[in-house]
Design a protein around this ligand. Sequence first.
Ligand code: PEP
Ligand code: MG
Length: 595
Amino acid sequence: MKEKKHNSSKKQVQLKGIPAAPGIAIGKVHIFGAEYIKPVERDISDEDIPREVERFKEALKQTRKEILAIEGKISRELGIEYGRIFSAHLLILEDSVLVQKVIGTLKKKKKSIEAVFMEVLNKYISVLAESRDEYLRDRISDITDVKNRVLRNLTGVEEKSLADLDKESIVIAYDLSPSDTAMMHGGPVLGFATDIGGRTSHTAIMAKSLEIPAVVGLESVTDVVKNGDPVIVDGMHGVVIVNPTKRFLEKYRKEKERYERLGHKLVELKSLPSETLDGKKVGIAGNIELPEDVVGVISHGAEGIGLYRTEYFYMNRKDLPTEEEQFNAYKRVAMRIKPHFVVIRTLDLGGDKFLSQLDVPKEMNPFMGWRAVRFCLARPDIFKAQLRAILRASAYGNLKLMYPMISGIMEFRQANAVLEEAKEELRKEGVAFNENIPVGAMIEVPSAAITSDILAKEAAFFSIGTNDLIQYSLAVDRVNEKIAYLYEPTHPAVLNLIKMVIDNGHKEGIPVALCGEMAGDISLTMILLGLGLDEFSTSPIAVPEIKKVVRSVSYEEAKKIADKARTFTTGQEVQEYAKKRLRELVPDIASGLGE
Ligand code: PEP
Ligand code: MG
């Protein structure tokens, strides 16, 4: 009774952040402050320097041991792809430039090693914080993780761990390191929310794999919560509600129940075919970024992988992946998804995806610059190693390949010429591969969409990359929050381009897929279906809902819906109409649209 009164007197606060892992968690706050270590700054004399260097080396040794242990644990429990996050930590720790810089600064400043180490690392971190590149900014938590480990080993401060948490809680923190997140595995953490962090941080990636609802980038959640406060974490919409009113609690309890029930119901759909009420078959595939993601594709009932983004292979490492390494990964994916297919997309570096080991100059307009297939054609050494790996893996499963950022037929032909060279080399070496591997083009540049009639004559399939197609056709930078309101998948220009690509593909008898985020938006499924789309490829989590919508409508009805949608003059009208029709035709799913 007393507690009830206490809670109801507090004001509800609703915060919006970045959805990091789906699901809804309701529980009590546990504030987790990774300890703030403020090392003592002592002046030292010249004679003390060797001792301080020795202490530093000892701390590095100890830290290395700890990172290796956590890497082993995570590789065993979640898979080696997640273990690699910590291999990247080892690379930071053992960076000789960094170690030399610390020792050099120590000799110059003659301060205690912990103070010097912290100063040097903080400089690195502040440079990254200034970066316009989201991926680079997201690496701050990796460096901070390593920094704190070394500082703990220098100062003797004990590590606080979420593994010690003894009751079910929602963890609220300024930031969580990948190490902190790894410790949640199998423990009582119901969900988490943080002030900082981005979509591509390792914390977010790991939360998804642990299936713990999470929201990051909330900016001020730690300012508004106290230990024990009731809180809701909505990992689907990136919303956190502190001290929810009774009405909100009720709403979210229902929503959570619905999500979980629907989850079960949708899982039951797994073995049912993805076809419309009047029997039109529609492909529903999953998008993956790491070979380990195949598990999620299979468990959510997708019938193949429509987009394997291979960039992650090249990230977080100093060297380039070898042909052999890539071959092993692609082969593993091909064999696991068999008899279904996997579409491997060749390296799509650039834009917001940046590879540290390649000395690519900074550009004013990276999204329109030296990226993706343009980069690959300029670096046939890198490109051919990947093509050879894909070809070799094609002997082990149902593999297709596609090129990103194709802007016209010339680029498609040039890429194919490198592919031909790779094939010729393999033939000479007597290495097996699929001579007829289907080669498709991603349609994500307006010029490719507009000339899709030409491309369709030479490509084996199309995959529309709406994430980029929308940004280029509407001139809206996809990562700029200020103009996010202009980023409209339902803009008539976008719908017209999609329709044009599908029709041109079909005229030449090739299938057309869509693998941008738009494919996972259930309110748009019926429109895309009605436009004639052959395959949706989306994050595995959205697969069951898309299947449910497909199975709830006839193709004839979907065509009418698409025709009607194309009569509206604004994206907003299309969006409203689409939601209205979904509510009418698939009410149990539509209630999750979050209005
Ligand atoms: C796209 O642009 O829609 C796409 C699927 O590719 P990415 O998001 O990797 O650019
Ligand atoms: Mg793209």
